[in-house]
Design a protein around this ligand. Sequence first.
Ligand SMILES: [Zn+2]
Length: 177
Amino acid sequence: MKWKTLSHLNLRVGGSPVPLKTLQLVDRLGEWRRHRVSTVQEYLSPSLTKIPAWGRLAKDQQGRIGILVTGAHFGLLKLGGSPHAQSHLFVSLDALSKRALRKLLIPINCELIQSQDVVLARETEEKPYYLASRLSIRFHYPGCPRGGRISLKNRVMFNTRGEALKAGYLPDSLCRP
Ligand SMILES: [Zn+2]
């Protein structure tokens, strides 16, 4: 997967965004609380809307992967309980529902790291990055559940997307490598 630099944030983002309506965050007393989150439409009087916010994989300079939350199309976001609109939040993986997280992690090979009670991820250097089956015409990202079901004896690995295409494989419709 390609990581794109967001220089104003010192972060790199990757993969497709997932819609988010709530975030689970730790408050100052150490309690987990669920907050509503949405895209802000009116800059001057920010209020929660029905438009979900966006969550994308983001990697900081130490290579730690968390989630960058913004409004849709990188617009402003509103976090329930906060009086102001904000441009972004960088949150740990456990702020998201398991379902949203599973979807976001599909494109990468990673291991989870736990530090100071938050869960982040680190990309493992393990190659190859794409897998396919001898019995099918589709290729997958390493975290794709369909890719994961391919038995070891039928598994074909590719280092790059280009190699997979050249070998005659097509991108899977679920993980969209
Ligand atoms: Zn797939």
